[in-house]
Design a protein around this ligand. Structure first.
Ligand SMILES: NC(=O)c1ccc[n+]([C@@H]2O[C@H](COP(=O)([O-])OP(=O)(O)OC[C@H]3O[C@@H](n4cnc5c(N)ncnc54)[C@H](OP(=O)(O)O)[C@@H]3O)[C@@H](O)[C@H]2O)c1
Length: 347
């Protein structure tokens, strides 16, 4: 007698779905395993970091502007872990409570001069940054690592500060430039001592498509898409000019890939839903602490000489040709614009 086979069993849709799900889950697990392997390599590199000048070891001074959350937090935590707390770590942002909680999780310092502190600064305003950098220069004579990862994606519309700068542009571009140029003397001092002196932008190297030279700062042509299409290129170019002006320093522009942070936690509902789905389904999504390890590896190990470095989400240098090499004229124009916008006008 023939065995009874339910009709639905051979129905192609459930079979296809089951096969697709199995393939999808296997591929997903494969990507996660590859990320874990890469993470182990990055962690191995990070364990090797030993701050030493030509003559002796030193307690590194590291500033994390945007270290109260997300990727900046991941980098600060990894930094504290590998230095065993023996560093002068300064976290800058607005959320003091978050900063205190992060600092309390750091290993307690035992070396002379090592300490961990929070400095409040609302980096949307250039005048606040100027005041903060003055305080920092009074506090530290040298800076070894300046990591900048500020951004606020709560609104994609044009929102201007009282200084007339669009808020997102202020955080992702102008504030970082101002911190860098104001603190350059302390970075140079570190270099003079034979120590590391590195500036690190967490953003999007190579993602810029063009620059509208007739409307620098997007005063007339702002939309969130024009910002996304242009600002990464501003960053690539300004770092090239900074490297020309500060030949002993190292400048790094890192693209972290997709990282599960609170970046869009205050954005519109559909943006938040889109990102939750992305974090869930996109297997290359990293946690903030995984990203912190990869980004730290680029800071400590990949970028091992002065100049400009562009690195990917795993902390590897991007292939040659990925980044637009700016002409002298492009660098000069952008420099002049950026200095003008970030100069605090005295009343
Ligand atoms: N997450 C990703 O998937 C991803 C992907 C590509 C590129 N990126 C880029 O990576 C960078 C870091 O992103 P993230 O995901 O780490 O963001 P995040 O988790 O939202 O962290 C942003 C940081 O910026 C600080 N910040 C915001 N407004 C500030 C203000 N007015 N003054 C001072 N600090 C301010 C926040 O501190 P307070 O709240 O304490 O002020 C926080 O520490 C951004 O430039 C982002 O565009 C991220």
């Amino acid at each position: 007698m023939d065995r009874y086979i339910p009709k639905d069993f051979l129905h192609p849709l459930p079979v296809g779905l089951a096969v697709a799900t199995a393939v999808g889950l296997t591929a997903y697990a494969g990507v996660r395993r590859a990320t874990k392997r890469r993470l182990a390599v990055a962690q191995q590199a990070n364990t090797k970091f030993a701050p030493s000048s030509h003559t002796s070891s030193y307690v590194p001074v590291a500033i994390f502007v945007g270290g109260t959350a997300g990727i900046g937090r991941g980098m600060a935590e990894a930094f504290a872990k590998y230095t065993k707390g023996n560093a002068h770590i300064i976290i800058i942002g607005r959320n003091e409570q978050a900063a205190r909680a992060i600092i309390s999780s750091f290993p307690k310092p035992t070396a002379k001069g090592a300490k961990h502190e929070f400095v409040y600064c609302d980096a949307r305003l250039m005048k606040n940054i100027e005041q903060t950098t003055k305080e920092l220069l009074a506090k530290v004579q040298r800076i070894n690592f300046l990591v900048l990862s500020t951004m606020d994606a709560s609104s994609f519309s044009k929102v201007d500060t009282e200084e007339g700068i669009e808020v997102k542009m202020a955080l992702i571009y102008y504030s970082r430039f101002k911190f860098t140029t104001d603190l350059a003397p302390a970075l140079q001092m570190a270099r003079k001592n034979g120590e590391d002196a590195k500036v690190y932008y967490v953003a999007a190297p190579g993602w810029g498509k063009y620059i509208n030279w007739e409307d620098l700062g997007l005063r007339k042509t702002y939309t969130f898409s024009t910002l996304r299409a242009q600002i990464p290129l501003y960053q690539d170019i300004i770092l090239q000019e900074l490297a020309v002006r500060h030949r002993s320093l190292t400048f790094i522009h890192a693209g972290p890939g997709v990282v599960k942070t609170g970046l869009v936690s205050k954005a519109s509902l559909h943006t938040r839903v889109f990102h939750q789905l992305l974090y869930f389904f996109y297997p290359w999504t990293k946690s903030y602490s995984e990203s912190g390890e990869f980004m730290l590896r680029a800071l400590w190990a990949t970028a091992d000489r002065p100049g400009v470095w562009s690195v990917d989400e795993y902390g590897n240098e991007l292939p040659k040709g990925t980044i637009h090499v700016a002409t002298e004229d492009e660098r000069r124009k952008l420099w002049e614009h950026t200095v003008e916008v970030t100069t605090v006008k005295s009343i």
